[in-house]
Design a binder for this molecule. Structure first.
Ligand SMILES: [Zn+2]
Length: 212
């Protein structure tokens, strides 16, 4: 009996935290069905989520992998809280797979799943927007590149206002750890967007309402 309890306790300490994290993801946690994935329109372009489409008017206060960071911390160039309430845009066409509270330390989170084609192969990528002051989209909504999905926040005053922004290769919606030594599954966000902008450097307008 003691032996069984010891094994149980060992499993709890090994997996308990991860399990409870998954449990807290309801009701949004849901593996997209093959139909969901097939019906995702392929994104033609990716753009930066704040400032201009080129990422002008924004700076990266804590880049990907610095201090084991799994994303970029994007700020308005005014610094401190000058960017509180600034618009946050969907980086590409896609579908919202999380919209709401992300748990302690995160504030409001939006996750969008995108399909895109690279070298003739259909691929999937997630964009992850955290510490939002307001969320301006809803779960399962199809969004367009450049559409406003929320505003820059401070996770309820925990931080100076900034956007914690990740790009990930996962398809399931989940709130991540934010920091981790092992980065497999996470992509350098700024680098990915630079490589998938598909637009000339002088194209800085946002035209979310216009068809591509
Ligand atoms: Zn961050």
């Amino acid at each position: 009996m003691i032996f069984v309890l010891a094994i149980g306790a060992g499993l709890y300490f090994r997996f308990g935290r991860e399990t409870s994290r998954l449990g807290s993801l309801e009701p949004a946690f849901r593996l997209p069905s093959p139909f969901d994935l097939a019906s995702l329109p392929a994104a033609q372009r990716f753009d930066f989520p704040i400032g201009s489409q080129q990422g002008a008017l924004a700076y990266n206060a804590q880049p990907f992998t610095e201090n084991r960071h799994l994303g970029d911390d994007l700020n308005g160039i005014g610094g401190e809280n000058s960017d509180l309430g600034d618009p946050v845009f969907a980086v590409a066409d896609g579908r919202v797979i999380w919209a709401g509270e992300g748990g302690p330390g995160w504030g409001n989170v939006v996750i969008i799943l995108h399909a895109y084609e690279e070298n003739g192969v259909r691929r999937y990528v997630q964009s992850y927007y955290a510490h939002l002051e307001t969320v301006m989209t809803e779960l399962h909504t199809d969004t367009r590149r450049g559409e406003q999905i929320g505003t820059i926040g401070s996770a309820g005053g925990r931080y100076l206002a900034h956007l914690h922004f990740e790009m990930r290769e996962f398809i399931t919606p989940f709130i991540g750890p934010g920091y981790r030594e092992e980065t497999s599954g996470w992509i350098n966000p700024s680098e990915f967007i630079q490589q998938h902008r598909g637009a000339p450097e002088d194209d800085v307008g946002r035209d979310a309402a216009q068809p591509l």
